[in-house]
Design a protein around this ligand. Structure first.
Ligand SMILES: NC(=O)c1ccc[n+]([C@@H]2O[C@H](COP(=O)([O-])OP(=O)(O)OC[C@H]3O[C@@H](n4cnc5c(N)ncnc54)[C@H](O)[C@@H]3O)[C@@H](O)[C@H]2O)c1
Ligand SMILES: [Zn+2]
Ligand SMILES: [Zn+2]
Length: 371
């Protein structure tokens, strides 16, 4: 059996997304059907629509969601109907090499639903959908692996905590898990959208200082400051590498850059800025997602050697949803992590294209679809 619901799909590369009817199968072994309450619009959804992730169209978009478990498969014990959950794209397997060596945050075999949701109408009826990041939550209901449902406090606001499902977790984790910032450490964040500002909020939680926000948009920098940045750099006006070096040198005598530079744009030129804005033995954390055509910028190998440190990438902020989501929801409810500040606007399921458009204008950290 299956049920039919409304959902947002990207049918072809570059084409505007459409609200259509899809089939959601009843959950089989290891699966759950979730009634979606909220789903944030992440830049990665736009990457999917533009064919920047892969060519497995049609995509069922949306992946930063909260919801209520409606039904679970026969063998599922971890969640039950009625549970309030944040959906994650890291349902760890427990059996791969990474899991076995105790590094489940790198799990090489994360779980998604086995059955496929399909288009229910028109010429393409029956076509299998590729859910964005194995979630697909711009939909009234979605089918996921049960392990993708992380239970959190049901008193929390869905639109706010749902953002932990992708961008906010990716940003916070890039700073505190991958970059391991803390007291006595400096950080610069290049690109202050939802992900970058979350990295700033995470760095502030961890006690890092200075926290330098870099963007080409003054509105984004103002938001970054509200969320914990101690300094802002408009890189459309000044050289961000020189500014980061100057600011860090003022705080720590002899510092020649930041201990950690988070790149939250996903472009070669900003990655290069991050590379050179580090102090000796500092860390670059690439959390922005490049497109397949982009190359590592040309850098003398002697600079890679001579500056030491680490060049890292951060998938999903190296998070473990079962460990990190409830902890961050707790900090949110104590008033120590302002997740509400990321929710710039609540929109309807038909407003995704307009939300993509707004992403380019700098007024929005997150548009959140309310279902
Ligand atoms: N690694 C992960 O797990 C993960 C998870 C979610 C999103 N992402 C990626 O993170 C990136 C950011 O996502 P987002 O949702 O915050 O996007 P966004 O569009 O909201 O933010 C991007 C920001 O970068 C700024 N920017 C653009 N060009 C710049 C430049 N040359 N210099 C400085 N700033 C510049 C923009 O003004 C904007 O503020 C995207 O590439 C997205 O795909 C990665
Ligand atoms: Zn695993
Ligand atoms: Zn995302």
């Amino acid at each position: 059996m299956s049920q039919q619901v409304k959902a947002v799909v990207a049918l072809a590369k570059g084409a505007p997304v459409e609200v259509v009817t899809i089939n959601v199968p009843d959950p089989g072994p290891g699966e759950a059907v979730v009634k979606v309450l909220s789903c944030g619009v992440c830049h990665t959804d736009l990457h999917y629509r533009e064919g920047g992730i892969n060519d497995d169209f049609p995509f069922l978009l949306g992946h930063e969601a909260s919801g209520i478990v409606e039904a679970v498969g026969p063998d599922v014990t971890g969640v039950a109907p009625g549970d309030f959950v944040v959906l994650n794209w890291r349902a760890v397997c427990g059996e791969c090499r990474a899991c076995r060596r105790g590094e489940a945050q790198y799990c090489f075999n994360t779980h998604n639903a086995t059955q496929r949701m399909t288009l229910a109408e028109g010429e393409g009826a029956g076509t299998e959908l590729s859910p964005a990041l194995g979630i697909g939550a711009f939909a009234e209901k979605t089918l996921v692996a049960a392990g993708q449902c992380t239970k959190v406090d049901p008193k929390a606001r869905p639109a706010a905590v749902g953002l932990l499902g992708c961008g906010v977790m990716a940003g916070i984790g890039a700073a505190i898990n991958t970059g391991a910032v803390g007291r006595g450490r400096s950080i610069a964040v290049i690109g202050c959208g939802g992900v970058g500002v979350a990295a700033i909020a995470g760095a502030a939680l961890a006690g890092a200082s200075p926290i330098i926000a870099v963007d080409i948009d003054a509105k984004k920098l103002a938001k970054a400051k509200e969320m914990g940045a101690t300094h802002t750099v408009d890189s459309s006006r000044v050289d961000p590498v020189e500014e980061i070096k100057r600011i860090c040198g003022e705080t720590y005598e002899g510092a020649e850059g930041a201990d950690v530079v988070v790149e939250a744009v996903g472009r070669p030129e900003t990655w290069k800025q991050a590379f050179y804005a580090r102090d000796l033995a500092g860390t670059v954390v690439l959390v922005g997602v490049p497109t397949p055509d982009m190359k590592v910028p040309e850098i003398p190998l002697i600079d890679v050697f001579g500056r030491g440190g680490a060049l890292k990438s951060s998938w999903y902020g190296d998070c473990l949803p079962s460990r990190d989501f409830p902890m961050l929801v707790d900090l949110y409810q104590q008033g120590r992590l302002d997740l509400d500040a990321f929710v710039t606007e609540e929109i309807g399921i038909g407003d995704i294209e307009a939300a993509f458009e707004k992403m380019h204008h700098g007024d929005v950290l997150r548009s959140v679809v309310i279902l």
